[in-house]
Design a protein around this ligand. Structure first.
Ligand code: HSE
Length: 417
């Protein structure tokens, strides 16, 4: 049997990790051959041996390869490269969630038109099986909710902060370990997880990909102190991306949450990702595993290569019905229980002011705790609320911000899994 010829585009952390895996002598890969690598520059970390190097990544499309693996990252150039490859009759494998989120519909249509495949297992949770599992193995189930910690960098940062490390130090460690995106802003500001939940939402609810105007918030404002207050009430802090079927549409969001410390996802530490799928036949179903890094991503890419090498006739995954446009619910209309942190002046009447403002917006307190005075003389108040409409909470906080007695405020939404 002729060997399956592979062209790799990109020569960074993920691409060199894949190369090292494919050339480690494992006989699982003996039917595959890396024909060429599109690399704008050498990578001192990895010697590609005698493999042909092309300095223009688009030249890989012109080579005699069966599969092009897109690992250049970014959106528009990646879209052009994938399009050219599909139009040239090559299968494409990519780890690029941004390009799938923004142009997935168009690219999958192009793959269909050219009778080739576009696979992207490692775009979500890297090598932890998610995409093909959701599209194939869960296909008998009606899924009502997908809630996941989908960014390895963020979980690495938060779980180390929980143990007392500083945000800046752990972010640097995540970058050194190759977990973070080239621009780590996309990890910490919630965008990377948002791309991933957008893709999962389309697969879970059989719709087109959502437009990016849903609620996205990162972990930049989370402080070590928040973990201490959370733990007092048996919560921990995670970054969660959620897609949930609700009356009239889909709830879609990517933001920090407080989770019950005993919940399935709360115990996942470091670079691990985890997802809970709420289904009709299986009930709550969980996957968890490494969600970033060269080895984990290589695992997902190789699972796509296997799927392609086995199936010439049948598509290795079921794509959603793109004509079914998703109706994303307005975030301001959603209801949450909230953790509210307020720093206030230590003066009479402040608690009354806060109670009245919250009561005016139908916000009822579940618990209120006043903490010890801070060095600047102000007092932290920690409030856990009953279920509250998002817009009411926002208006109440804006109202409080107008009062000089209230120095600072922050909310974290509480998620019941
Ligand atoms: N930067 C991503 C993360 C890589 O930290 O999860 C995997 O998609």
């Amino acid at each position: 049997m002729a060997k399956l010829k592979i062209g790799i585009c990109g020569w960074g952390n993920v691409a060199t990790g894949l190369y090292e895996q494919l050339t480690n002598g494992n006989e699982l890969y003996s039917d595959w051959e890396i024909s060429c690598i599109g690399a704008r520059r050498d990578n001192p970390r990895c010697n590609p041996g005698s493999v042909k190097i092309l300095r223009d990544i688009f030249d890989v499309v012109k080579e005699d390869v069966d599969i092009l693996i897109e690992l250049i990252g970014g959106v528009e150039t990646a879209r052009d490269l994938i399009s050219e490859a599909l139009n040239s009759g090559k299968h494409v494998v990519t780890a690029n969630k941004a390009v799938i989120f923004e142009h997935g519909e168009e690219l999958i249509k192009l793959a269909r038109k050219n009778n080739v495949r576009l696979l992207f297992e490692s775009a979500v949770c890297a090598g932890t099986p998610t995409i093909k599992m959701l599209s194939n193995d869960l296909s008998a189930n009606k899924i009502s909710k997908v809630a996941g910690m989908l960014n390895g960098t963020t979980n690495f940062i938060l779980s180390n902060m929980q143990e007392g490390a500083s945000y800046a130090d752990v972010l640097k460690e995540a970058q050194d370990n190759g977990y973070a995106e080239p621009d780590p802003t996309l990890d910490v500001n919630g965008t990377d997880a948002a791309h991933k939940i957008g893709i999962l939402s389309a697969l879970a609810f059989n719709t087109g990909l959502p437009s990016p105007e849903f609620y996205i918030e990162g972990i930049e404002e989370i402080k070590s102190q928040d973990f201490i207050y959370a733990e007092d009430f048996n919560f921990t802090i995670k970054h969660l991306a959620v897609a949930k079927l609700s009356t009239g549409g889909i709830e879609l969001r990517s933001h920090p949450v407080m989770l019950d410390i005993n919940s399935s996802l709360a115990g996942l530490k470091g670079v691990r990702n985890g997802i809970q799928f709420d289904t009709d036949l299986l009930g709550a179903f969980h996957v968890a595993g490494s969600g970033a890094g060269r080895e984990s991503t290589a695992s997902g890419l190789i699972s796509d290569l296997h799927a392609l090498s086995k199936s010439n006739e049948v598509s290795p995954m079921n794509y959603p019905d793109f004509s079914n446009k998703p109706n994303i619910l307005n975030f301001n209309d959603l209801t949450f229980k909230f953790y509210v942190y307020l720093e206030v002046k230590d003066e009479p009447g402040v608690l009354a002011l806060i109670s009245k403002t919250f009561a005016d917006h139908n916000i009822s307190f579940d618990k209120v705790i006043q903490k010890d005075q801070l060095q600047n003389g102000s007092v932290p108040l920690v409030i856990f609320t009953d279920p509250t409409i998002e817009s009411e909470m926002q208006i109440a906080l804006e109202g409080l911000a107008d009062h000089p007695e209230v120095l600072n405020s922050k909310i974290i939404r509480i998620e019941d899994l």
